[in-house]
Every structure is written in structure tokens, then in C-alpha cells.
Design a binder for this molecule. Sequence first.
Ligand code: FMN
Length: 177
Amino acid sequence: LKLYGFAASTRENSLNRHLFNRVVEAIEARGGKVDVLDYSIVENLPLYTITREAESGIPDAVHTIAQNILAAEGLIIASPEYNFSIPGPLKNAIDWISRIKPSVFTGKPVLLAAASPSPVGGWRGLAALRVPLVCLGAQTLPWEITIGGAATPEQLDQTLSSEMVQQRVETALFSLL
Ligand SMILES: Cc1cc2nc3c(=O)[nH]c(=O)nc-3n(C[C@H](O)[C@H](O)[C@H](O)COP(=O)(O)O)c2cc1C
């Protein structure tokens, strides 16, 4: 199984990258293969505007990301929640990718994950992220992995090790695989 994914944060000690890496480990232990996008490419994209696209076209990096999405059998996205919603650079990348027709997201299963120091674990950000992905034809899986109350990667690991959370993670991985 050939998957593609990323954590939407390049921050040192990023909770979401840590969670993403744990999900990748679990999937690779089950025989899947995950190609990982260098998210600094997303953070460095120009801001999408219709005028910018008309003047300069779609950046090469966007075409490369889109080709990788198209080639993958499924996607994994771990994203922080910013103000109950999608971090700006990620929404910007989705807007750029949406300009490539037909949509490379069509029919693509997407496993969503989020980690946050807040007790609710970023699910509202994932609910917001589902909206443009569904608009573009992705099949966002109903099972998602959200970890709340984790201020550090170590705390996140502690929560992940609980039996209840492991069962939820298993269900989410199973739904993707
Ligand atoms: C602009 C901004 C808005 C945020 N809004 C939320 C929020 O709505 N809900 C939440 O749980 N955490 C929120 N946070 C806290 C992030 O969840 C926290 O910084 C998290 O560690 C970021 O993800 P990362 O560790 O993967 O970089 C926000 C952080 C920033 C910088």
C-alpha cells in the first residue's frame, strides 16, 4: 500500500509531527509504505490569488505535490488546529492544488489526525479541514486520531500508550488500510 502524507507543522517538538511519525510507524509495521512531504515546501508557497496564478501560473512545487497525491492510494494528514480551524499555509496549499483539474483528491481516502495541548485535541480543526478536502472529492475517513491534553511529545506518547487510545488508533488505521 502506497500512501503519502505530512504533518502540517515544521516546529521543533511539533506535537502533530510526532503524532504523524507514530501513525507512519504503525502503518509501516503493517506493511504500508508512506512517502512524506517536506512541509517546509508548503510553508514557503506564495499566497494564492487568482491574479498571482494568472500572472505567474501554478508553482512547480504545487505540481509535484499534486502528482504525489495522485500517485498515492491514500493520504495521511496530521494538522494542528488554529482558532478552531485550518492553519493558513495548509489551506493555501489546498487552494493551489485545487487549481489543477481534474482534482487529484478525487476518491482518495484521507486519514486525519491532530494533537493539541487543549483537552479536545484538535477535532474542530479536522472538521474544518474536511470541508475543502470533501469539496475536492476526497473520501475523508470518519475515524480520526485526535490526542488532547498533550503539551509535549512525551505526554503524547503517554496518551497513545493507553489501551483505549490504542483501540481508537487501531480502528482508524484499519479503516485506512
Ligand atoms: C494561531 C494559533 C491558534 C491556535 N488555536 C488553537 C485552537 O483553536 N485549538 C487548539 O486546540 N489549539 C490551538 N492552538 C495551539 C496549538 O494546538 C499548539 O500550539 C500546537 O502545539 C501546535 O501544533 P504543533 O505542535 O504540531 O506545531 C493554536 C496555536 C496557534 C499558534
